[in-house]
Ligand binder design. Structure first.
Ligand code: GDP
Length: 181
């Protein structure tokens, strides 16, 4: 590999936000390690995982940050958002209150970042169809009105988990390459 090629490294920070227990940590562990934990207990502190995706023959790395329980105390600090190129805003389709709080989380991202941050609304736990409290269309409508991407996922059965992260990573890559070119 020439020096020039070696220099072309892409590393983007992505944050996961949303209410407690919507499945943020499990989405990340499912994506990065293909693991699910039914009794996950939040550890306090910040955790991140690095994942690589190949886009147009280039290795693109995403450093994906999990709040690791800080949101329980409304203590997600500006340092958490600093330098983020993308955000997954997660709610639980079986708990309406977590959907009602999406607006609050959006205000928070908006106040910490500019409009180029790729934002995706994620309705997690879509395996819990029997206890659904938030319709698919409601999620779609909210995302459309706020200019967000939208997807429903299940960290439990893996539905759309890879797609959710990779759509955000691809969008970031496209945003950045548009700026560079
Ligand atoms: P966090 O606080 O947002 O990081 O949420 P966790 O990842 O710790 O998950 C909270 C709880 O929801 C745990 O008991 C998980 O096992 C459960 N959970 C997470 N994702 C899913 C999912 O997709 N489906 C179901 N049924 N349960 C989930």
């Amino acid at each position: 590999m020439s020096d020039e090629e070696a220099e072309e490294e892409y590393l983007f920070k992505i944050v996961i936000i949303g209410d407690s227990a919507v499945g943020k940590s499990n989405l990340l562990s499912r994506y990065s390690r293909n693991e699910f934990n039914a009794h996950s207990k939040a550890t306090i502190g910040v955790e991140f995982q690095t994942q690589s995706v190949e886009i147009h023959g280039k290795e693109v790395k995403a450093q994906i940050w999990d709040t690791a329980g800080q949101e329980r105390f409304r203590a997600v600090t500006s340092a958490y958002y600093r330098g983020a190129f993308g955000a997954l805003l997660v709610y639980d389709i079986s708990r309406r209150a977590t959907f009602d709080n999406v607006a609050r989380w959006l205000d928070e991202i908006n106040s910490h970042s500019d409009t180029t941050v790729a934002r995706m609304l994620v309705g997690n736990k879509c395996d819990l169809e029997d206890s659904r409290e938030v319709g698919l269309e409601e999620g779609k409508r909210l995302a459309e009105s706020e200019g967000l991407f939208f997807i429903e996922t299940s960290a439990l059965d893996s539905t759309n988990v890879e797609t959710a992260f990779e759509m955000v990573i691809r969008e970031i890559y496209n945003n950045v390459s548009r700026k560079v070119l």
